[in-house]
Design a protein around this ligand. Structure first.
Ligand code: SAH
Ligand code: SF4
Ligand code: F3S
Length: 453
């Protein structure tokens, strides 16, 4: 055991991680937490109490990225207050903002001790150790390395009934509005055996549900043991064979990469949940073209029809961007038309945000904020109508719910239905991380109420 670990044991050092952005960041934060725990640090939810503070950041929209700088400012104040009490604080930044704005972070927040890009956080232990030892004052690492971070991370372990599992990272699509190909790099798929090992381990340690993650997860093409490239459908079939695993999901998918094999999975695999997040972004072919999306409105609708043919129970979800440069009223109407045809059971919608370095940020005909705001309101009203309708149709049904955490009120738990609806019910806390039959007794736009039967 090294000096730092001895010291940690004596002084009970604590860490605090704040996560922004997508599920991939949630997965990465979970892995970073485990690395810090291996050093003997304990988690705290009180930032004032933390010896190591990590912000795992998101760069997708301007608001998300700016939020980090205000959080860093606050962290610096806490660091100064702690210093008066004779306590050191290490402030670290990880994630996509680091990759996109590495120099900017060190300039705007010079008190940051380390900054690691999303592909480099496997170095966390070594970096924290050297700062504690005062061997390194500052560290910045945003290399797009040839090595896979997964080769350097210890075995993953479940933290509850439902776990994320990253199977693919990066994106080659270069949608003209999006920073992800620049922050996460090119698409890389983890080998089949490596994914299966992690999946088995997560199930052995308590996961009933696995959510396979990738920025473009359905273009997965990992190698099997014989070096043959396999698709997502092959992997899903293999994962479905794991005893004790009850539910499988995967996210996020790209419409043009939904192949016949994947559609067959939705027909044949009972463990695959009847819910799919398949972002269209816009219903206008002109806009889709300028977004550099490889699908038209009709091609997208055809994919949805085929999925619904394969599994008539499937509920769809999507992401939408309103106010992309040059979006006319007619273009926007095309988006509303898609919503009316697909009748999404859940969706995420955003005002277009100009991201430095992306092609769309310098396109002509940027849309006024006022129009973006109006369109977002109209779109969200329509989306929420369908969501509420779907939730209300659930009332009276009995659904298997995977309870995940305690609810807001005493004696209550919250969990997820197969359709990703949030459900809360009175239930004993020993039902956390179990799948339980629940009768749905009430519905609102964002959640269901139920009774355990
Ligand atoms: N890989 C996924 C998700 C990427 S980011 C996909 O392709 O669907 C999540 C969502 O953020 C995107 O689907 C998109 O709707 C939104 N988004 C990305 N860049 C954006 C931008 N510049 N402005 C507004 N929304 C954006
Ligand atoms: Fe971004 Fe497009 Fe890749 Fe999704 S598919 S991560 S929106 S570039
Ligand atoms: Fe954000 Fe990076 Fe995810 S930009 S959405 S955290 S891939």
């Amino acid at each position: 055991m090294n000096i730092f670990c001895d010291e940690v044991l004596r002084m009970e050092k604590k860490y605090f991680i704040k996560t922004f952005g997508c599920q991939m960041n949630v997965y990465d934060s979970h892995r970073m937490a485990k690395l810090l725990e291996e050093m003997g640090l304990k988690e705290t939810i009180d930032q004032n109490d933390a010896d190591v503070v990590v912000f795992n950041t998101c760069h997708i929209r301007e608001k998300a990225a700016e939020k980090v700088f205000s959080d860093l400012g606050r962290a610096y104040l806490i660091k100064q207050e702690r210093e008066l009490l004779g306590k050191d604080t290490i402030i670290g930044v990880t994630g996509c903002v680091v990759q996109a704005e590495d120099k900017e972070i060190m300039k705007r927040a010079p008190y940051v001790d380390f900054a690691l890009g999303p592909l480099r956080y496997f170095r966390l232990k070594e970096v924290v150790q050297s700062i504690f030892d005062k061997r390194d004052a500052k560290l910045l690492d945003t290399e797009f390395s040839a090595v896979s971070k997964f080769d350097y991370l210890p075995e993953n372990k479940s933290e509850g009934g439902c776990s994320y599992l990253a199977i693919q990272e990066g994106c080659n699509n270069f949608c003209t509005y999006c920073v992800v190909p620049y922050t996460r790099g090119v698409e890389v798929s983890r080998p089949i055996e490596e994914v299966l090992r992690e999946a088995r381990r997560l199930v052995e340690t308590g996961s009933l549900e696995l959510n396979l993650l990738g920025q473009n997860v359905n273009s997965y093409h990992g190698e099997d043991k014989n070096g043959k490239e396999r698709n997502l459908a092959y992997l899903l079939n293999k994962i479905a064979e794991i005893d004790g695993l009850e539910r499988i999901r995967y996210t996020t998918s790209y419409p043009a990469d939904v192949d016949d094999d994947l559609i067959d999975c939705h027909r044949n695999l009972k463990k695959l949940m009847p819910y799919l997040h398949l972002p269209i972004q816009s219903g206008s072919n002109d806009v889709l073209k300028r977004m550099n999306r490889r699908h038209t409105k009709d091609e997208y609708l055809r994919v949805v029809d085929r999925l619904k043919e394969a599994n008539p129970d499937i509920g769809m979800s999507s992401d939408f961007i309103v106010g992309f440069p040059g979006e006319s009223d007619k273009d926007f109407q095309d988006t509303l038309d898609v919503v009316n045809r697909v009748k999404y059971i859940q969706a995420f919608s955003f005002k277009y945000s100009r991201r430095p370095g992306t092609p769309a940020s310098i396109m002509d005909n940027q849309i006024e904020e006022k129009i973006k705001k109006e369109r977002l309101q109209v779109l969200q009203d329509l989306l929420f109508d369908y969501q509420l309708k779907f939730n209300k149709q659930s009332v009276g049904k009995v659904m298997p719910v995977l309870f995940e955490t305690k609810g807001r009120h005493n004696g209550q738990l919250t969990g997820r239905t197969p359709y990703m609806q949030n459900l809360y019910a009175k239930a004993d806390k020993n039902l956390i991380n179990k799948i339980v039959s629940v009768k749905v007794t009430g519905a609102s736009t964002n959640s269901l109420k139920g009774e355990v039967i």
